[in-house]
Design a protein around this ligand. Structure first.
Ligand code: ADP
Ligand code: MG
Length: 299
């Protein structure tokens, strides 16, 4: 998934921990093989080749994550959208050529972008793209999903204290040994050794999306790898968005969504959903959090 992964487990039985970690890594590798857009044999590559031409039958798993992705598009008013794939390709080309994408090309690409181009048949598990150029990219949700599945594997192997970190998509299982919870720090990207905030979590997921770890440069200027699916432009003004939720998939998708939505709309979404916590770092240095009590606490 083009990132690092760390799993720690705590148990009195070392062999049990090792077996659990091994099984969790295997599960994440399995998921990577399905959702990879780099591997031409992956299920997602098959969808991208065919769904614009004919209906494609999906496995239950891929169908279900696609349904979830569409749900996150709906609640974020299209800010989260797996059909950004053609835009990702466009910007990748721009980065390689070290020049901004051509305006006309951007407009043409935007025509194939939009989750409403995805048609799902839940009875037969078919997917069809209503536009020939539509393609999907699970990069904003698959890591979170993989973390949830890895966490389920750890639990099924008898582990109840552990930490999974897949490129900033974290699940804090139980508590750290000798503690009531796990302390997960969010760094200030401008001052790398300064902790901005510490979340105290137990059995919760936390995900950070930001342009300080993963970004690309054109003409010496930094651009986020999160693209606004409506304008086709990389999202701007926000350094990072951290979301805490019971599900890593949800935290992953919503941290990406809120990066696009920005402060006002993003906070409105958080308020509407209620069961998430959000920390937004703005480029102008401001830190915004939801629920607001957080701000008085530890920031
Ligand atoms: P990270 O990969 O650092 O965890 P995100 O979870 O925010 O960051 O996901 C960014 C990835 O999601 C991009 O590399 C791309 O594959 C995909 N993506 C970019 N913009 C969007 C968007 N608006 N909606 C959904 N997925 C997106
Ligand atoms: Mg994400």
């Amino acid at each position: 998934m083009d990132t690092f992964c760390e799993i720690s487990c705590y148990s009195k039985d070392k062999d049990r921990s090792i077996a659990a970690i091994d099984a969790a890594f295997k599960e994440m590798k399995r998921i990577e093989d399905i959702f990879s857009k780099f591997d031409e044999h992956s299920e997602v590559s098959r969808i991208n080749r065919l769904a614009g031409i004919e209906k494609v039958r999906l496995t239950k798993e891929v169908f279900s994550l696609t349904q979830d992705a569409v749900y996150y598009s709906q609640i974020s008013e299209g800010a989260f959208d797996i059909t950004v794939a053609p835009l990702m390709e466009l910007w990748k080309g721009a980065r390689k050529g070290n020049s901004m994408p051509d305006r006309a090309e951007l407009e043409t690409t935007l025509k194939s972008v939009g989750y409403k181009n995805i048609e799902l048949d839940p009875d037969e598990l078919y997917i069809t793209f209503l536009n020939k150029g539509t393609k999907v990219d699970f990069g904003g949700i698959a890591k979170g999903y993989a973390v949830d599945r890895a966490k389920d594997i750890l639990i099924s192997k008898g582990i109840n204290k552990g930490l999974i970190n897949l490129g900033g998509n974290i699940f804090a299982l139980g508590s750290a040994p000798g503690n009531k919870n796990w302390g997960i720090g969010v760094y200030d990207p401008r001052e790398k050794d300064k902790l901005l905030y510490t979340f105290r979590l137990t059995n919760k997921a936390i995900s950070t999306s930001g342009n300080y770890e993963r970004f690309f440069e054109i003409g010496g200027k930094r651009y986020s790898h999160i693209i606004n699916p409506v304008t086709g432009e990389p999202c701007m003004g926000i350094v990072s968005v951290t979301v805490v939720s019971g599900s890593a998939e949800k935290a992953d998708a919503l941290s990406t969504a809120i990066s696009v939505m920005g402060e006002e709309k993003g906070l409105n979404l958080a308020k509407a959903i209620k069961d998430i916590e959000v920390l937004i770092l703005k480029e102008d240095g401001r830190v915004i959090s939801y629920p607001l009590e957080r701000a008085g606490n530890e920031l």
